[in-house]
Design a protein around this ligand. Structure first.
Ligand SMILES: N[C@@H](CCC(=O)N[C@@H](CS)C(=O)NCC(=O)O)C(=O)O
Length: 205
């Protein structure tokens, strides 16, 4: 039994896509961020960090996209959502860790500056660097990582779900996707996948 705690327009879209791609049976639980449900006692018992995605499993609760995505790939091996070769798997982890530890925090400086400073002037200053920082990250992804059509060439992996999720924030972060032809082609290819369409529609509606 799997329950995915998610919030629309958030990074929980990545595991939502992975579960849909795997053909998994799961219960989606939509969090009410506006009401602060992520900081309530009930949710914090599940995930003391107060964040989505959070995946409740028969073995316990998982947080962090990097772990959740790999777990989904490994419990549904028939879906082939991660490389079986150990070095290639480590490369996928490196890519997902880059999204999680660098790209996502750079994005969060736009709307969540209060995590880094209580000073409203500093929070405003943090926003100014967001387009440049995100452009720098997407330049590395475009030039160094994204093989095409999928991140790792012909094998669709959970890294594609994660990349698509974060590239969906480009416009709001002040980055023109048209200046990144491979990332644009990746978004178009992702949008054509029925499992992605199902996840986007259920996750963001
Ligand atoms: N490192 C975590 C980041 C999770 C995270 O920051 N999630 C955001 C949504 S994208 C969240 O739950 N924010 C709630 C809040 O800040 O109150 C991961 O990759 O899973």
């Amino acid at each position: 039994m799997l329950t995915l705690y998610y919030s629309p327009h958030s990074c929980s879209l990545a595991p939502y896509i992975a579960l849909e791609e795997a053909g998994a049976t799961f219960t989606p639980y939509r969090m009410n961020f506006a009401a602060g449900e992520q900081n309530g006692d009930a949710f914090k018992k599940l995930n003391p960090k107060g964040r989505v995605p959070t995946l409740a499993t028969d073995h316990g609760v998982l947080s962090e996209n990097v772990a959740i995505l790999t777990y989904i790939a490994q419990i549904f091996p028939a879906a082939n959502l991660a490389p079986t070769d150990l070095f290639q798997l480590a490369q996928m982890q490196a890519f997902n860790a880059y999204l999680s530890s660098t790209v996502h925090p750079n994005h969060s400086h736009r709307g969540r500056g209060y995590r880094w400073s209580d000073d409203p002037a500093v929070q405003e200053a943090l926003k100014i660097k967001v387009p440049q920082n995100m452009r720098d990250c997407f330049t590395i992804i475009e030039n160094e990582y994204l093989k095409g059509p999928w991140v790792f060439g012909n094998q669709f992996t959970v890294a594609d779900a994660y990349l698509f999720t974060i590239t969906n924030w480009m416009e709001a972060d002040g980055v023109d996707i048209n200046t990144f032809p491979k990332i644009l082609a990746h978004r178009i290819a992702m949008n054509a996948r029925p499992a992605v369409a199902r996840a986007v529609s259920a996750h963001d509606s």
